[in-house]
Ligand binder design. Structure first.
Ligand SMILES: CC(C)(COP(=O)(O)OP(=O)(O)OC[C@H]1O[C@@H](n2cnc3c(N)ncnc32)[C@H](O)[C@@H]1OP(=O)(O)O)[C@@H](O)C(=O)NCCC(=O)NCCS
Length: 222
């Protein structure tokens, strides 16, 4: 039994994910100017495997490919909209969903003026939660260039752990790069979620209740 059905439903109904300072939502063509503002910044794209956008047409093509994914229920990519201004300042989502639909790889990018304010950590927490609780994922991976400290600190702050360094594993923009591979398993996420939930409840009333925890495993083999 694969995770195909659960995944298809979660992608079909891809919801908005509100966080304290952000709204994660589907991209639209109206976001093109905001997306171009950071996608055309070589300081943002240097560590990414896609090219710097040179004109708004590149951005429209990129958003068009996301709209195709939404239409075919194949993609879980969210625009990161800053609640305070309404501006789209980045994207985050699952670039790859495979292994029977149980494994997803997450990727993200943020406009430079918004770096180091904890925003991507906030966004990734919401996307991991959706991946485990609604998409049926068992393992969520992320990779980054070996020296991309901002990216792997985000992963670590969200509870992901280093599986290892893959030497010269990726050919990007004319050179081979070594990458860090991080992951988080649903069973570890669930454990952390439950203990955090209990801690909060103990703080509030001394009672315990884990009814809100990640849905029980139904396919076995964890
Ligand atoms: C990587 C990136 C997403 C980080 O987003 P962010 O919102 O700035 O990250 P956060 O503010 O949530 O930071 C999380 C942690 O990383 C640290 N950090 C972030 N950027 C850092 C940097 N350039 N150098 C050192 N530490 C950094 C933060 O200080 C924080 O740690 P702390 O709480 O212990 O201080 C953003 O820099 C970016 O979009 N870069 C370009 C695209 C990219 O590299 N994407 C990832 C590809 S794998």
């Amino acid at each position: 039994m694969t995770n195909a059905l659960t995944l298809a439903e979660a992608l079909h109904d891809l919801p908005q994910l509100p966080t304290e300072r952000l709204l994660l939502r589907r991209l639209t063509l109206e976001d093109a100017a905001d997306v171009f503002a950071y996608a055309s910044d070589p300081g943002v794209t240097a560590t990414l495997n896609w090219e710097t956008h040179l004109s708004i047409d590149d951005t429209l093509e990129f958003i068009g490919s996301m709209l195709d994914l939404y239409r075919d229920d194949r993609g879980a990519v969210w625009a990161i909209q800053l609640l305070a201004t309404g501006t789209v300042i980045g994207t985050i989502g699952y670039n790859r969903l495979d292994q029977g639909g149980y494994v997803g790889e997450v990727g993200y990018a943020l406009a430079r003026p918004h770096w180091r304010q904890g925003l991507m950590t906030e966004a990734l927490r919401a996307v991991l939660d959706y991946g485990f609780r609604h998409m049926g994922l068992r393992r969520i991976e992320a990779t980054c260039r070996i020296d991309n400290i901002g990216s792997y600190r985000v992963m670590e702050k969200c509870g992901m752990t280093l599986d290892g360094v893959l030497r010269d594993a990726r050919y990007v923009k004319g050179r081979l790069e070594s990458i860090r591979l991080y992951s988080l398993l649903r069973r570890d996420y669930e454990r952390a979620y439950r203990s955090d939930h209990r801690r909060r409840l103990r703080g509030a009333s001394g009672a315990d209740d884990s009814s809100d925890a990640v849905a029980e495993d139904t396919a076995g083999g964890r």
